[in-house]
Design a protein. Structure first.
Length: 288
């Protein structure tokens, strides 16, 4: 049991780094994912994850695999795409989901093209799928800062964010905090996606954010409880995914997301709040 569950982390520093980085992403991504889901913006998170690719690719083109350049580029690109999509939805007939889809496709194609101008297929795979086992001290520090900042800001904005999510009309009538809260929330989404990008790549950065959140919603109706459950699921999935990938000899990032997916499937059937078995049993009880 020790050799299977603990030895990989006690013997190899890269496994410990991967676990710490994944836990940081899980703790910060859970509240972001829960509120994205409650605001019916789940696919927005996926589109934003792809939107950061051109900025990160430009940073790579200018400075190679530089943490600072790629982080700054990703942040700038993500914020610009969010603002552009909002402007298109405001001043044209397109809805925000349609404009985000357009920008997402353009961003993905542009990012791949930019990387191809200088990098190899290995570099492209690194940007698209990440390398959680290759996290260095600088990247871990970045993930820790993002996680800490996210949790602190959420603690400060929790009440207005809940009101803005569940009853924006009431918040607008009693306070002018609606628009600033929305802007800060979008910035946190981009910030966490950039952090996830360094570990899991563009294509899967949103997985550790949304799958635990969706699973938690099937177990709890209370927002605070859903956030706590999502955090726990993310941490457990990170540990289990790393252990399974180590012994199976397969990439760790996809296995972590697959474990999150397994939790979602189990929650879909057995969730106490709105799992299929509970709903079916309740319907049978009412019919009887």
């Amino acid at each position: 049991m020790y050799d299977y569950l603990i030895a990989p982390f006690s013997e190899f520093e890269f496994m410990r780094r991967a676990l710490v980085g994944s836990i940081a992403l899980s703790l910060a991504g859970a509240p972001v994912g829960v509120f994205l889901m409650l605001r019916r913006m789940s696919l927005t998170g996926d589109a934003m994850a792809h939107a950061i690719l051109p900025g990160a690719a430009i940073g790579y083109l200018l400075a190679g695999l530089s943490l600072g350049a790629m982080t700054a580029g990703g942040l700038i690109a993500g914020v610009l795409v969010a603002l552009a999509a909002g402007a298109v939805a405001r001043f044209t007939a397109l809805r925000e989901d349609a404009s985000l889809a357009a920008f997402y496709l353009i961003s993905l194609a542009l990012g791949v093209t930019i990387v191809s101008l200088r990098g190899s297929n290995v570099d492209l795979l690194h940007l698209l799928f990440g390398s959680v086992l290759a996290l260095d001290e600088a990247t871990l520090l970045l993930l820790a800062v993002i996680s800490t900042a996210t949790l602190v800001i959420f603690a400060a904005l929790y009440r207005p964010l809940v009101l803005e999510t569940l009853d924006p009309g009431y918040l607008a009538s009693v306070s002018g905090a609606g628009a600033p809260t929305q802007l800060v929330f979008l910035c946190l989404v981009v910030l966490n996606l950039v952090g996830g990008f360094h570990a899991l790549g563009t294509l899967m950065a949103v997985g550790l954010m949304m799958l635990p959140a969706a699973s938690a919603r099937l177990w709890a109706e209370d927002v605070t409880a859903a956030i706590a459950i999502a955090m726990g699921m993310g941490v457990v999935a990170s540990y289990a995914g790393l252990v399974l990938s180590y012994h199976a000899g397969v990439p760790s990032g996809p296995v972590i997301i697959l474990v999150c997916g397994a939790f979602y499937i189990l929650s879909l059937f057995f969730g106490r709040a709105s799992g299929l078995i509970r709903l079916f049993s309740g319907r049978q009880h009412l019919e009887a």
